[in-house]
Write a new protein. Structure first.
Length: 70
């Protein structure tokens, strides 16, 4: 269950910062944080966290397979 959640969260964090809705939600961010929110390096960092979550999910699946003997 945790591996599926990590994978789904990872895909979301990998793709969503580059979608058009990312900038549309900027009204939620205070005025002092909007420049950081739209910075490509920040978006890349969020996408990097998504890749890390995907990697963790695969590691969990392979660890689970090793302990179950499947």
């Amino acid at each position: 269950m945790a591996a599926i959640l990590c994978f789904e969260l990872g895909v979301f964090l990998l793709v969503y910062p580059w979608a058009g809705e990312w900038e549309a939600n900027a009204w939620v961010i205070p005025w002092w944080g909007r420049e950081l929110w739209n910075d490509p390096f920040f978006r890349g960092a969020v996408s990097g966290l998504g890749l890390l979550n995907i990697w963790i999910s695969f590691a969990e699946v392979f660890r689970f397979r090793r302990f179950t003997g499947s």
